[in-house]
Design a protein around this ligand. Structure first.
Ligand code: FES
Length: 267
């Protein structure tokens, strides 16, 4: 078999023979993920303006304890330490957060963008030894498949929130009636994009597709595998669009609640 003579690639951080602007993509990823992290952290600690009428911000869903009518178990629990800031989002956000942080796509993206390991393909990295994800702490990334089950539960709950966002209570006369507002569509778009992201998860393909190293013989499982694989082909796109949509849905509910934006009723 013939083989090409390859030149020796220079080593050291950032050293490369690539003539293109390889740093653009990691720089954009760094900027976008940093912006999201800052906004999500700020929004999670606010503890207010996360509902508007039947709408509940996805950062606060499900609201286990809280002051709004969406809360499952009533107001802030007595056992919550007085010295600790209370926000309903802090009780639930770590779960979808860990699911995203351990996602195979995001791992590849933030390893490059945040700690340059490597900064891009065929570009020199800061360390000489490669340990991959086989040792602590990165071996913990393997919890992804377990957090997938949690994420599926969240997806179901967010879908029920879209249904609840179709029932408006008249603030003066009291009765509840069916309706669709712009906020309903914002929450619907968000759960659709989150669905595309979660249902195309690599781990889900393995779970529905079969066993250790073979596809299932059951046609229904093969179909599920095909559906999940189809979504998975655009996993990066679902990852980004759902990240934007979840932040925008929170922003929409927040600004409506603060009176900055008005929610238009379509139906
Ligand atoms: Fe991205 Fe599972 S691999 S969500």
């Amino acid at each position: 078999m013939g083989h090409a003579q390859l030149p020796v690639v220079p080593s050291g951080l950032g050293a490369t023979m690539r003539p293109d602007r390889w740093w653009v993509q990691p720089a954009i990823v760094f900027l976008l993920l940093s912006t999201f992290i800052v906004y999500a952290t700020w929004a999670a600690f606010q503890g207010e303006h996360y509902t508007h009428g039947p709408y509940l911000s996805p950062f606060y869903a499900p609201e286990l304890f809280g002051a709004s009518s969406h809360a499952w178990f009533g107001p802030r629990p007595a056992w919550w330490p007085a010295w600790l800031v209370f926000s309903p989002a802090l009780l639930i956000l770590p779960f979808p957060g860990i699911f995203r942080v351990t996602c195979y796509y995001y791992r590849g993206a933030y390893y490059k963008a945040f700690w340059a390991d490597p900064p891009a393909c065929a570009v020199g990295e800061p360390r000489k030894r490669y340990r991959g994800e086989a040792a602590f702490p990165l071996i913990l990334q393997n919890v992804h498949r377990y957090f997938l089950y949690v994420a599926l539960g969240f997806l179901f709950l967010l879908a029920t929130d879209v249904y609840k966002a179709m029932w408006f209570t008249d603030p003066v006369t009291g009765p509840t009636s069916f309706g669709i507002g712009v906020g309903t569509l914002v929450l619907l778009a968000n759960v659709t994009l989150l669905g595309g992201y979660t249902l195309g998860c690599h781990s889900l393909r393995h779970i529905v597709g079969g066993y250790l190293d073979q596809l299932s013989r059951f046609p229904a499982r093969k179909r599920l595998y095909d559906c999940s694989s189809c979504l998975n082909r655009a996993h990066m796109r679902w990852a980004w669009t759902s990240l934007f949509s979840v932040a925008f849905a929170d922003l929409y509910v927040r600004l409506c609640s603060m009176g900055v934006w008005s929610d238009w009723r379509i139906v």
